[in-house]
Write a protein that binds this ligand. Structure first.
Ligand code: ARG
Ligand code: GLU
Length: 716
């Protein structure tokens, strides 16, 4: 009797767990796991139209952009579409006070005026195969984490050597389900990607930080690039002889728009989620980790923002950094609120009770997984005292460019050998890296960041985690600002010309000088203190947690055998699907699923840093001059749906039931950013810009008709 009741509870529970909407699914498994449900929800395609290795399918139009965003091919001449914020670094790098493309936008009149972006690449996925058995060959449960890792790396190296591929292809092997599964990806990476067009930031980033992670939204968050290939249409590094890439597949664009409850899917490269953690891990994120990181970023943004408001050049130099720091800063706050509101910890605790009940009825499970939650709880307990130190180090150090320079030198010296030719090559690479850092550097901003963050570093941490060298300096100068004065007045790490000369004359003398630089000395001491007092313990405990989490993941896959599982995001190609839907963020408040240009005018604040609107856009609005992109005298701008997405999905295509492009994913709503940890279908929504707004801006606002002509538009 007891068993029957438990079974019933389990089924009830599982029916909750397998709800549609949640999930970032593997394209090669759609047929087995999802096709039926997708078609029931309204999809008119078959799984083989989405992923097919024998003929062109939707996946052949989707690329990973630089490993951090997604883009899609929208013409037969390699034109790709992504977000404004994904192309922002490129837009910023081409901007000067005279030619400010951030402020004014950029539109290449023809192929010759498209702008090259060294370092930027796009990757296509050719093929995905299950390689779990091959990767785990000879790997037994008894192996230590270190030996296990070594064995896996050896196996992967062997697989890469033996796998038959074309010379222009790459092989990537990735772990899924915390090391319970491994898939192999054949990829093709194009390294000549040129900037074609971007609206002014007042459109591409309309609403900036105030609107970021928020609904209702009115941002035209798009930019366009073009993939170039060699004469054989194959990947090649930049060359003026390269030609526009001819894709296997490009997306058709629908002008029809979507209605509430219409099917929609998003394909792209989501970066990282943590859906299968135990409750203690979530508790630590909520109570310790997120608050620590938020506190630091708050200070960083205050410092940068104050300088940026006063100085136009600093504003250009720091724009991308500021936006990145602000983005996660705000997201973590939303995540905290969302986890509270959706009872994230309670849900996990219920899940864990259910898990324990299920295993208690099965001797084998009890034997394999009986202690797993207690062991995890203990390991997270061991980690707890180290979290602030770990997160402070990781948040503070990269924000201080002087330390980034010191770190780069330190890395260089570690790799010096007796071979002077190889040393010289490394010196050259380092100089390029320094020049890159200095492009987005201002000494006054950096010094203020140093003083502010070192102050927190000292005040918020237990003494054993603090660098003795920094304490000495404080002792000597009495005040952190004076320490900053001393360091920044005496360090030569930013003096690029003299560093170049020193390297030319004698690298060994240069090394000696740099090793005695006050910024370098302080950096090394902070670094060593961290390695000794924090990192060594964290790595040990983390190895333990990884092992337990792998076992816990295996247990979840085994015990909840009726549940459909999707693996956590890991920057590999995924498909999320759901329906266009509004939501209720609060009692008595209901959000609509579409926004229109009327909302832009409601938010318009002339001259404002976030809500200014270009005059031309106002004129088009007043004249209702929306061309073929408006509907009943209104211009749609953004919409939301229940697709499960995360960072990295930016720039992903939003597709309709037939696989036509209808929008561009760029954000999630404030109440639902906790979907990385705990997806809740009632409040988790992804935010997309309507493709008709994108085309309206290209066509009517920018007058770039030649780009529209390249595309395939589907009207009725
Ligand atoms: N929140 C979006 C994402 O995670 C957009 C970020 C860009 N916009 C911004 N104001 N920082 O990438
Ligand atoms: N803006 C995010 C990105 O850059 C997408 C929003 C999200 O995190 O869902 O990928």
């Amino acid at each position: 009797m007891k068993k029957v009741i438990l079974g019933f509870i389990a089924i009830l529970f599982l029916s909750v767990q397998t709800k549609a909407d949640e999930g970032m699914w593997l394209p090669q498994l759609l047929q087995t796991l999802n096709e039926k449900e997708m078609r029931k929800m309204g999809m008119k395609l078959h799984a083989s139209d989405i992923y097919n290795i024998n003929k062109g399918s939707l996946k052949d139009a989707i690329v990973s952009l630089g490993g951090f965003c997604t883009a899609e091919v929208i013409s037969d001449k390699g034109l790709i579409l992504t977000n404004h914020h994904c192309g922002f670094d490129a837009i910023q790098n081409h901007s000067t006070l005279e030619n400010n493309y951030i402020k004014n936008g950029f539109w290449a009149a023809n192929n010759n005026s498209e702008l090259t972006n060294p370092g930027l690449f796009v990757s296509f996925i050719i093929n995905i195969e299950d390689f779990t058995d091959q990767v785990l060959r000879g790997v037994s449960k008894e192996l230590s984490e270190k030996d296990r890792q070594a064995m896996i790396e050896k196996n992967i190296a062997q697989i890469k050597k033996e796998y038959k591929k074309e010379t222009y292809q790459d092989i990537i092997v990735r772990s899924f389900f915390d090391g319970n599964k491994y898939y192999l990806f054949v990829t093709e990476t194009y390294k000549d990607v040129r900037l074609v067009g971007a609206p002014p930031a007042s459109i591409g980033n309309f609403g900036k930080d105030t609107d970021n992670w928020m609904w209702p939204r009115h941002t035209g968050d798009f930019s366009m690039f073009r993939i170039y290939a060699d004469k054989n249409n194959k990947p090649a590094s930049y060359s003026p002889d390269n030609v526009p890439y001819i894709p296997k597949r490009s997306l058709n664009i629908s002008l029809k728009g979507l209605k509430e409850n219409d099917f929609t899917m998003v394909m792209g490269f989501p970066g990282r989620t943590n859906e299968y953690l135990p409750s203690y891990a979530i508790k630590q994120i909520m109570e310790i980790s997120n608050p620590a990181k938020i506190k630091i970023r708050h200070q960083v943004l205050d410092v940068m923002g104050a300088f940026m408001r006063k100085d136009e050049l600093i504003k250009i130099k720091y724009a991308a950094k500021y936006a990145n720091i602000e983005n996660a800063y705000k997201k973590w706050q939303g995540e905290l609120l969302g986890l509270q509101k959706s009872n994230g910890i309670k849900k996990k605790l219920d899940y864990e009770i259910e898990f324990k009940k299920l295993i208690s009825n099965n001797a084998e499970w009890q034997n394999n997984y009986g202690n797993i939650l207690d062991d995890l709880s203990k390991a997270y307990g061991d980690l707890e005292p180290l979290i602030v130190s770990r997160d402070y180090y990781n948040e503070i150090m990269p924000r201080i460019e002087l330390f980034n320079l010191a770190s780069a030198f330190n890395g260089l010296f570690k790799t010096y050998s007796n071979d002077s030719a190889s040393n010289n090559k490394k010196n050259q690479e380092l100089i390029e890296k320094i020049e890159d850092i200095l492009k987005e550097y201002d000494p006054a901003v950096d010094k203020k960041l140093f003083a502010t963050l070192m102050d927190l570093y000292i005040k918020d941490q237990h003494s054993e985690y603090i660098s003795p060298k920094l304490l000495e300096l404080i002792n000597e100068y009495k005040d952190i600002n004076k320490v900053a004065d001393y360091i920044y007045a005496n360090s030569k790490l930013t003096n690029i010309e003299s560093i170049k000369k020193m390297f030319e004359n004698s690298p060994m003398v240069a090394m000696d000088l740099i090793k005695n630089d006050p910024a370098f000395l302080l950096y090394i001491n902070i670094y060593n203190t961290y390695m000794k007092e924090t990192s060594s313990y964290v790595l040990d405990i983390q190895a333990k947690i990884n092992r337990l989490q792998r076992n816990y993941m295996e247990a979840q896959l085994t015990v909840f055998s009726n549940k459909r599982f999707y693996p956590d995001a890991n920057s590999t190609l995924r498909v999320a699907y759901g329906k266009v839907k509004g939501y209720a963020p609060k009692d008595a408040l209901q959000y609509n699923f579409y926004t229109y240009m009327d909302g832009i005018m409601e938010k318009y604040k002339p001259g404002d840093y976030e809500f200014d609107v270009p005059q031309k856009l106002i004129d088009l609005y007043n004249a209702k001059d929306f061309g073929q992109y408006g509907v009943n005298g209104k211009q749609p701008v953004c919409f939301i749906a229940t697709n499960h997405t995360t960072g990295g999905n930016s720039g992903s295509p939003a597709l309709d039931a037939k696989g036509n492009l209808v929008g561009l994913n760029f954000d999630r709503v404030w109440e639902g950013t906790m979907s990385d940890i705990n997806y809740d279908p009632t409040i988790c929504r992804n935010v997309m810009v309507d493709i008709r707004y994108v085309l309206f801006i290209i066509d009517k606002f920018a007058g770039a008709h030649h780009l529209i002509e390249e595309m395939k538009l589907v009207r009725r």
